[in-house]
Design a binder for this molecule. Structure first.
Ligand code: PBG
Length: 326
């Protein structure tokens, strides 16, 4: 490599066209999966306090959001239900007419050309806000939970979900779900494993959105990963791929881009990263407090996911950014 003054790096940054010509990573609408919250009712839009600019939608209005996403070039949406209080039981997760299944069907009918991803976990249904059922000692019972999750995934696939996404971090759930899907005739349903999901403080606004936050007793450290670990993420991903996951996910995103980069170096599978509700709020609240240019902070953050090697990004900002990019 030549040296200064023959090599002047600033020559490469000297004009806007030069910078454009030398750009290594670019965002595209097809990079995004858009998470959407749903509620019962008709014509409903319920703004979520902790997520400025994000709402829960009743199914009829969810369909309009899905159309807007498709028109903006977003390939897939991810649905999360806010289950009414009187239906918060494990059984509701397996009800083929529950909110999530009705939402999937409505979107499939009206917008058949957008992908639909559903969340496999019990926290929108349990009275205690945990992702699984509790054992006598109060911990989440792994094997009993996995049995229910496999059934939940089949119910969602039957409703029309294209991708089922277990976000629960139970051991062995990918294999159980893959077997159950295969057996039920859903061989083409994909599994996006929340493979490296950390016990993070960045999920707060999400828990308000699905109504599990106030219910949650204790924390999720007994199943979600320790934020201090990254080698462990390699093991989690290896297991999930071996068990039949099609894609893996790292969550949260921004504080874990080192994990995305390590996985990219070690595995040849599509890797997604989830810019969580707390990270969304961080940008919005910082901008509202006058701490910086919102749009610039947002685009810089999203580009960082691509730089780290992510195949795609789950973000509540997806529609806005996809429209801007188009
Ligand atoms: C729960 C689930 C969570 C999120 C997605 N699925 C929260 C949790 O694990 O408590 C978080 C998403 C976000 O914060 O945006 N199964």
């Amino acid at each position: 490599m030549s040296q200064f003054p023959d090599l002047r790096m600033r020559r490469r940054r000297s004009s806007s066209w030069m910078r454009a010509m030398l750009t290594e990573h670019r965002l595209h609408p097809s990079d995004f999966i858009w998470p959407l919250f749903i509620c019962e009712g008709e014509g409903e839009e319920q703004p979520i306090g902790a997520l400025r600019g994000v709402s829960r939608w009743s199914i009829d209005r969810l369909v309009d959001q899905a159309k807007a996403a498709r028109d903006a070039g977003i390939p897939a949406i991810a649905l999360f239900p806010n289950t009414p209080d009187d239906k918060r039981t494990d059984a509701e997760a397996l009800n083929p007419h529950n909110l999530i299944c009705r939402a999937v069907k409505a979107v499939k009918d009206a917008v058949p050309d957008i992908g639909i991803m559903t969340d496999v976990a019990l926290d929108p249904y349990t009275s205690h806000g945990h992702d699984g059922v509790l054992a006598a000692d109060g911990s989440v019972d792994n094997d009993a939970t996995v049995e229910i999750l496999a059934k939940q995934a089949v119910v969602q696939a039957e409703a029309g979900a294209d991708i089922v996404a277990p976000s629960d971090m139970m051991d062995g759930r990918i294999a159980a779900i893959r077997d159950a899907l295969e057996e039920a005739g859903h061989a083409s349903t994909a599994i996006m494993a929340y493979a490296a999901k950390y016990a993070s403080a960045f999920y707060g606004p999400f828990r308000e959105a699905v109504g599990s936050g106030d219910r949650l007793k204790g924390d999720k450290k007994g199943y979600q990963m320790n934020p201090a670990n990254s080698t462990e993420a390699l093991v989690e991903v290896e297991l999930d791929i071996a068990e039949g996951a099609d894609f893996v996910m790292v969550k949260p995103g921004l504080a874990y881009l080192d994990v995305v980069a390590r996985l990219r170096d070690n595995f040849d599978v599509p890797i997604f990263a989830y810019m969580t509700s707390g990270e969304y709020a961080m940008i919005e609240e910082a901008a509202a407090a006058g701490a910086g240019d919102r749009d610039a902070m947002l685009m810089e953050s999203l580009t960082a996911f691509k730089r780290a090697g992510a195949t795609g990004i789950l973000t509540y900002h997806a529609l806005e950014v996809a429209r801007k990019l188009a």
